[in-house]
Design a protein around this ligand. Structure first.
Ligand SMILES: Cc1cc2nc3c(=O)[nH]c(=O)nc-3n(C[C@H](O)[C@H](O)[C@H](O)COP(=O)(O)OP(=O)(O)OC[C@H]3O[C@@H](n4cnc5c(N)ncnc54)[C@H](O)[C@@H]3O)c2cc1C
Length: 377
């Protein structure tokens, strides 16, 4: 690759957001000169990213499907007072697959193991001192420091190889029948193959502290309880996502995408649906121009503003009105609602009537605290 070349777009950060934009541009505008720069040796780090098919439009599904590692036709949720099977397609992308697919097809347009030390809207400076110029430089460097979150969605996941085949065909999205420790806790399972599973132990907690060894032991105990005999732990992943009740967009002139823009679903901490929308908005533009890209990102974010404010309010209910050990009851009530509403919740497309429906009725938390929580901390 000629490092002196002028690019249409340079993407700083080859995580989920940077890779999605890169892939969308390479597949939909093959003539464009796009460069993806990642400081690590692998694209995507060590993640399993999942999304509901209903999070995205048909046209988005059309281009993203080539990156999907595994799909399921539906999922189950279990709470102490609820067993529900939901038929709604669910997909996962393994970061290792993403790395292999992108490097196999576009190696010449990817710089790995290369940190960007500074950049502005038209150029980036690499660790080796080289300066590259582009019409649009996109900041996809991932999570910035988040100021005083209300709580955290934190988890440890183990990819397990089993001695014998299991009989799970569907995703186990939430098993909240487990002991409620450190806030709302649930187990999540992705059946990769007959003898391979990802089991994740998740906590909606007030604290960011993750005791990896303790949680690994809980996962293995859960597997044993299910009658699964573990042969090997193939991979470990973990995360701690800040859940907030306010949003202050950054005032610099970067074109921010993904977690770096802090535009994620505030209740789940997931950025997939919002990132998809922004990528689509950029790819629909027919040219590479900083002002137009900035405008497209702003307009797309503006459309999510009302949703975000509502999700902030839900977070207050969850973290301020509910006792940590009873937090699961808010979610148990939610999963009794009609499927289209649940799908619109995940995709961040709730209607006014959905927003009322989620809140009306007797809340499964103290009414006084629920009312107080609506007015902030
Ligand atoms: C383990 C885990 C699982 C998750 N699962 C889901 C999920 O299933 N669904 C969902 O919607 N969300 C999920 N999330 C939340 C969120 O979507 C992810 O954090 C997602 O990876 C954010 O994407 P991103 O591209 O913005 O940031 P990242 O994926 O973190 O990517 C940022 C990249 O930028 C690189 N970088 C940073 N600085 C530089 C620099 N100066 N130069 C070059 N490169 C740089 C980093 O090395 C990194 O690879 C998960 C989060 C975690 C931690």
């Amino acid at each position: 690759m000629n490092e002196q070349a002028q690019f249409d777009c340079i993407i700083v950060g080859g995580g989920l957001a940077g890779s999605l934009l890169f892939f969308a541009l390479k597949s939909q505008k093959p003539e464009s000169k796009v460069l993806l720069i990642e400081r690590d040796t692998l694209i995507g780090g060590n993640h399993t990213w999942c999304f509901h098919e209903s999070d995205i439009s048909c046209s988005q599904y059309h281009w993203i499907r080539k990156l999907i590692s595994k799909s399921w036709s539906g999922y189950d949720v279990y709470f102490p007072n609820l067993d529900r099977s939901i038929d709604s397609p669910y997909h996962a992308i393994k970061s290792s697959d993403l790395h292999n697919k992108l490097t196999q097809h576009y190696a010449d347009d990817i710089l790995l193991d290369m940190e960007v030390v500074t950049f502005d809207k038209g150029s980036v400076t690499l660790r080796n001192g080289h300066c590259l110029k582009a019409a649009c430089v996109v900041d996809a460097r991932g999570w910035p420091q988040v100021k005083s979150p209300l709580g955290y969605q934190k988890f440890v996941g183990l990819d397990l190889k089993l001695k014998k085949n299991h009989d799970l065909q569907r995703v186990l999205l939430k098993d909240a029948r487990v002991k409620q420790i450190d806030g709302y806790r649930f187990i999540y399972i992705l059946p990769w193959a007959n003898n391979e599973l990802l089991i994740e132990d998740t906590y909606y907690s007030n604290s960011p502290i993750l005791d990896m060894e303790e949680i690994k032991a809980r996962i293995l105990a859960y597997a044993q309880n299910m009658g699964l005999e573990v042969q090997d732990i193939l991979r470990v992943e973990s995360g701690c996502l800040p859940l907030v009740d306010s949003f202050s967009p950054s005032s610099d002139d970067h074109l921010r995408l993904g977690a770096s823009s802090l535009e994620y679903q505030p209740v789940t901490g997931y950025s997939f649906p919002q990132t998809f929308k922004r990528v689509q908005a950029l790819v629909e533009l027919n040219h590479f121009n900083y002002e137009d890209w900035k405008q497209a990102l702003m307009e797309s974010a503006q459309k999510d503003r009302g949703q975000r404010m509502y999700f902030h309010l839900l977070n207050r209910m969850l973290f301020l009105a509910a006792d940590p050990k009873n937090r699961y009851r808010v979610l148990e009530r939610f999963y009794k609602l009609p499927l289209p509403l649940i799908e619109r919740f995940y995709s961040g497309k709730l209607r006014g009537s959905d927003q009322l429906r989620i809140l009306i009725g007797r809340p499964p938390v103290s009414v006084l605290r629920a009312i107080k929580s609506l007015f902030g901390r």
